[in-house]
Design a protein around this ligand. Structure first.
Ligand code: ADP
Length: 541
């Protein structure tokens, strides 16, 4: 027997319509590329999204067409999110930090009809324009006054196009499984792969983001996504904020500590979200300038493991609660969330932080399991570790224009992460499967090691990689970036690790460097680091 409830499709256009109706005056504040702070409201953003949908129609964009963006977090990018998806086309956010060849590959693979581009990235597109002949035109996200001289063919000015359009556009009643947005993973090996989200998956994911045990976005929230809108849709925050009617603060091109701090203070931000690299910059700035972030209640840390020292700095020095989260582009991205339970209230702070080092419980909607090399499920005992697999309504079942099956038995998606699951449901990532260090048939967790190393006050950043070893297969090499003004010694770092890690995990050597290589999504690039140290001779070899 079928239920007798309405079959209302879950559509992205309904999010902005809801926000415009119930939170008409709630603000979207953006630091613009042109310079000034720009303020708008949900009502205005809804109207301008409709205007833009009209513009797209006039440009000949059809349902299903891909419309690319190379842009920072800002109100125009927000309008593009809603206009493109709302009219039934696909909003393809492109990470401008990728190498030129990767950009060319992605734009051609996606067959982007138009590209919307912030002023910052016009020269980047000019440099590859000949290799992306399929692009019909470029829309520069600025007004007539700031429109640059450009060699881009068919370059149009965003505000000039908008000025000619009314807000009369009617959102089509799409099937909720219609594709809405496209995001390529940086693909540390092989070509980037496109995760193609749907209206349904996006709305369900937004509901989850708003639940109190997840990110807890609500109408009182003032959220600043430092995580870029070209990185897994800024973790879904531009959608969740509209669903909840939260005030949105967009940092534009300034992700440095001072830039973020200014916005936090001026707009009384209470929820921050970003990867550890940006928090290093913010915490460093606060420390050096004796500044605080008093309005901030919660800091979401994801994309890479949050080290103990970072969690402690936010919680103990700045009175904010850290929410450690795990996810990937393929999971929209929210997968697990490290909010603590009532039963953890009485624990000493140190033990609470130890729990927060874990990436947290699967949120409702995401099933998790770990498996061994043969695909057998491993126990949830907090000790056994194996490849993490996930399943759920906002997890990819295939990639865009990709041949072949990507899911395993019973529809599980293999994440490429290695993790433990504890009996109370907390998941902890020990490594990416390609980064684990195999020593004498056992695995060493590079993430655990790195976390311990960065708790040393003279260490700014650290990475551990496996180096070939004649007896043990691989042994860990520790690569350290010293904190500003510090000059730590090898033995000092190693003795700091004594007692904090099992003996046989002790790195065989330590190297000091000025900086570590990072990927386009701000993570330490172990691949590049392994290449840099491919000829390295361990003293123990
Ligand atoms: P990219 O490979 O392009 O950076 P994603 O942003 O999708 O792609 O990265 C997802 C990966 O990031 C996960 O598979 C995992 O390895 C890592 N990751 C995400 N969050 C965390 C976290 N909290 N702790 C450790 N690793 C994380």
């Amino acid at each position: 027997m079928r239920g007798l409830m309405m079959d209302t499709p879950l559509l992205i256009s309904s999010l902005i319509e809801y926000a415009a109706l119930y939170h008409a005056g709630t603000e979207i504040v953006s630091r613009t590329v042109e310079g000034p702070i720009h303020r708008t409201t949900y009502l205005d953003a809804r109207n301008r999204s409709k205007q833009l949908a009209g513009v797209l129609q006039r440009l000949g964009v059809e349902p299903g067409d891909r419309v690319g963006t190379l842009a920072w977090n800002g109100y125009r990018h927000f309008e593009i999110y809603y206009a493109v998806s709302g009219m039934g086309a696909v909003c393809h956010t492109i990470n401008p930090r990728l190498f030129a060849e990767q950009l060319v590959y992605i734009i051609n693979h996606a067959e982007d009809a138009y590209l919307f581009v912030d002023l910052t990235f016009v020269p980047l597109l000019e440099s590859i324009q000949e290799q992306i002949p399929g692009v019909r035109g470029y829309v520069v996200m600025t007004d007539a006054e700031h429109m640059p001289e450009t060699s881009l063919p068919n370059a149009l000015c965003y505000e000039e196009l908008m000025a000619r359009e009314s807000a009369d556009f009617d959102w089509p009643a799409l099937d909720e499984n219609t594709a809405s947005s496209l995001c390529y993973t940086s693909g540390t090996t092989g070509h980037p792969k496109g995760a193609l989200f749907s209206h349904r998956s996006t709305v369900l994911h937004s509901y989850s983001a708003c639940s109190l045990d997840t990110l807890g976005v609500c109408s009182r929230t003032i959220v600043l996504p430092v995580v870029p809108m070209f990185h897994a849709n800024a973790w879904g925050l531009p959608y969740a904020a509209a669903l909840a009617g939260a005030k949105l603060v967009m940092p534009g091109a300034r992700l440095d500590g001072e830039g973020i701090h200014q916005l936090v203070e001026a707009e009384e931000v209470d929820l921050l979200a970003g990867v550890p690299t940006v928090w290093l910059m913010l915490l460093g700035y606060l420390e050096q300038n004796g500044k605080t972030i008093d309005s901030v209640e919660k800091v979401v840390i994801g994309g890479a493991a949050a080290p103990r020292s970072m969690i402690e700095a936010f919680q103990q020095r700045h009175g904010a609660t850290v929410i450690h989260a795990w996810g990937m582009t393929e999971t929209s991205p929210i997968g697990t969330i490290g909010t603590l339970k009532r039963q953890h209230d009485g624990l000493p702070e140190e033990e609470r932080v130890t729990l927060q080092l874990k990436q947290g419980r699967g949120v409702y909607g995401i099933e998790l399991r770990i498996v061994d090399d043969e695909g057998n499920e491993l126990p949830r005992d907090g000790v056994a570790f194996g490849e993490l697999q996930v399943r759920g309504p906002w997890v990819v079942r295939s990639y865009f224009r990709h041949d072949g099956e990507i899911l395993g038995d019973e529809g599980w998606f293999s994440t490429g992460d290695v993790a433990t699951l504890s009996p109370d449901g907390f998941m902890q990532i020990t490594d990416r499967s390609k980064d684990v260090i195999k020593s004498g048939g056992e695995w060493i967790s590079s993430i655990d090691l790195e976390n311990e190393v960065v708790s040393h006050p003279s260490v700014a950043e650290a990475a551990v990689i496996g180096i070939a070893h004649p007896k043990w297969d691989e042994r860990p090499l520790l690569v350290v970036v010293p904190a500003e003004g510090a000059a730590p010694e090898r033995d000092e770092i190693l003795s700091h690790l004594e007692g904090r890690i099992v003996k046989w995990w002790m790195p065989d050597d330590v190297v000091f460097v000025d900086e570590l290589p990072h990927t386009a999504t701000g993570k330490i690039s172990k691949l590049t680091l392994r290449e840099q140290f491919s000829d390295y001779q361990l003293p123990t070899a």
